[in-house]
Write a protein that binds this ligand. Sequence first.
Ligand code: SF4
Ligand code: SF4
Length: 409
Amino acid sequence: MQTNLALEYKNRTEGQEAEAILRKCVHCGFCTATCPTYQLLGDELDGPRGRIYLIKQVLEGEAPTRKTQMHLDRCLTCRNESTCPSGVQYGHLVDIGRKLVDEKVSRPAGESALRWALKEGLPSPLFAPAMAMGQMVRPLLPKALKNKVPEKRSAGERPTREHARKVLMLEGCVQPSMSPNINSATARVLDAAGIQTLTAKKAGCCGAVKFHLNDQDGGKAQMRANIDAWWPHVESGQVEAIIMNASGCGVTVKEYGHILQHDAAYASKAAKISDLTKDISELLPELVTALKPQLKNATKEQLAFHPPCTLQHGQQLKGGVEKHFSELGFNIKTASCEAHLCCGSAGTYSVLQPELSYQLRDRKLGNLQEMKPAQILSANIGCITHLQSGTEVPVRHWIEILDAALPSS
Ligand code: SF4
Ligand code: SF4
């Protein structure tokens, strides 16, 4: 698709990058069929092709409006662009489009305040005490707030053994207070396989929350801080990988190299960090070999797996958890219908677009519950919390189930 960049964008990196992405789009509309917001709303402008067209208009100098902003806001950034036969990198394009539109279209005060509170609050050190307080008074909270506050659960002990093989793990910003067992379980499972888990104290939020709420400079600052925190471990060759157990963080850290490509001081370090980054499920082939003889308590119950968009589309990691869990003797399946669709969590989307988000959640739960699972498994804290808010069936990270099947748990 040819784009005649308006003068104001011709010399901007964003304009040039967007133009290169747009050039690949042949306007075929294959992507529309798999887009969750198009499926819910049936409006071309709420599908990828329509949004691409809106962004092209802005780049060519047409003034964006609140309506343009609304259609871009409604996008889940679920990365279902993987259905595109031309390889259009829609995810990068929509980040650029949102930034350019927000430069020209102001938001009502309440909306701006909510977005500010999310981008500053979630990665803040105050989030953990606020969550602890919320968990204490959880039974008294109104439903909308209770949905965001998971019940308090114990993290268990972290292993203390040393191993020659070491990995770094990102603890994340909200995960340690919302579901601390995910990080502990990761360390225990790796320990059982002879791999030591290190964490860098100064590493924090991966930067996705700020980046996708249009504070791209704030997001990049968090990315540089993580690189600085990890670099001594990487440079010394002490760690063989940087492990992510939240697929939303994983997809972001794997893109540090792309996002910081024009930053002379960080570009090569960022590329190295992205190269070393792995979702924990990428270790499953070797974990199966190491752990199979040790698994004593593998549940025989039916498990339903919801692959997050950031895992199956963003990182293109499809089928690994199901395949390797089956090899380990678990009874696991994905939904037979719409397994590719987003659950509606999508970072801060469930707060900013609750109506669409809860429709998608209930649709997803309906498909998962058809198999009458004893537990629902997923791979991202956002999806886990969001799905749990709509069902009594326990929703857990798959690493917690693997951990619980080990004898020491
Ligand atoms: S993004 Fe890809 S699938 Fe969608 S209209 Fe463009 S070329 Fe077709
Ligand atoms: S990222 Fe998801 S919601 Fe957004 S346009 Fe693509 S498929 Fe639709």
